[in-house]
Design a protein around this ligand. Sequence first.
Ligand SMILES: Nc1ncnc2c1ncn2[C@@H]1O[C@H](COP(=O)(O)OP(=O)(O)O)[C@@H](O)[C@H]1O
Ligand SMILES: O=C(O)[C@@H](O)C(=O)COP(=O)(O)O
Length: 429
Amino acid sequence: MTSAAKLSLGCIADDYTGASDLANTLTRAGLRTVQTIGVPASDLALPEVDAVVVSLKSRSIEASLAVTRSRAAETWLRGRGASHILFKICSTFDSTDAGNIGPVMDALRADSKDSIVLVTPAFPETGRTVYQGNLFVGPVPLNESPLKDHPLNPMHDSNLVRVLARQSKTRVGLVDLATLARGADAVRAKLADLVSSGVGAAIIDAVFDRDLETIGQVALDHRLSVGASGIGLGLARALVAASRAKPDARGATLVTPVGGPAACLAGSCSQATLRQIASAEKVMPVLHLDPERVVAGKDEAQRALAWAKERLAAGPILIASSSTPAEVAALQSRHGRDAAGHAIEQAMADIAEGLVLSGVHRLVVAGGETSGAVVDRLGIPGFLVGAEISAGVPVLRAVGAGKGEMVLALKSGNFGGPEFFSDALALMP
Ligand SMILES: Nc1ncnc2c1ncn2[C@@H]1O[C@H](COP(=O)(O)OP(=O)(O)O)[C@@H](O)[C@H]1O
Ligand SMILES: O=C(O)[C@@H](O)C(=O)COP(=O)(O)O
């Protein structure tokens, strides 16, 4: 970093769309924020900021690797003066019984020496609320939501106290909404009780943004918290209220128009993304990859690139691997979950690389793992946050890529309205 100023907040995000979601929230709450891809190289020039969100692709990798990478990010952020670190997880608690939320939380907690860690994936703006420790996605519990069919981490239990306890060596407790409603001191007293009974992590309920403000105040007593963009909002507001960060009147970066061809890639199989692809069919050419051919080799990505090159001059295009839950399950039963996912992610990265070589500098990507594969392949080291396309999804301006100006939108599979692809392109001139 060029600046020696101390960070008010350090963040470690377990995927790239989640990182841009958090960077968007922090920016809009007034913190000057950058998103880096991995731990930044020492020569990466970054502006003076209040918060850095280090993006990792650690949600679905082996737990010990997720721990090592998260710790490297933690060391870097603490070295820049961050006294509080937020480990950003998905608002739908995407994980398996093997991890990675529990193992990373345990390791960061040991390093921070916190007696207890507050954990909440609540993000009311996108319909994620937590009550009595149960996560709701809109009106339904997590296990009845489309997340039950996620290709990599299907979620079958909405009770987060149980889910986290299965992944963590720490005893997990609950701070319920009734306690939270009594204010920050009531939460502090409850945490002290939990600590005295040997609990090291507390799922905390939150339904409204005001709940997250209380949580943010209490979380700042500690060195670590775990959660989604909602707790990021609470922390940012608490930092501004405590004058530990100056609200930035400029807000999001103005992204200068880059022009030229634009493309969209979708690797998310979420219901929201499937609906968005169906809407895009009405306004732009859409190519559906044949997932079986993608797993078989590189030809399908080459076919897609040739298809795109014939059309790019005429307007935006969309290339999608996304399939229905039944089709995903069938592909996975033939090739295995990880092999199928990896092959498709790498095909998306091949296509993105080819598109950029063909002059595309405006790129929309749907899917967290998919975005990770694409951004890694493009070698982009970091992003500044631009306009908000929809809740949790900003326009991003690549910094330090050495490939000329480039703007991207990295969409979490579940986010965005039905016209998301057109909405994004309209804000990426
Ligand atoms: N047709 C398909 N069949 C099986 N897996 C797929 C298919 N299309 C994409 N995938 C894989 O599903 C995963 C989707 O995850 P991700 O990109 O994180 O989306 P989301 O944001 O919805 O979680 C990726 O690993 C992707 O490669
Ligand atoms: O918190 C969220 O829901 C998002 O920021 C996020 O992490 C989404 O992950 P993907 O759905 O895998 O993109």
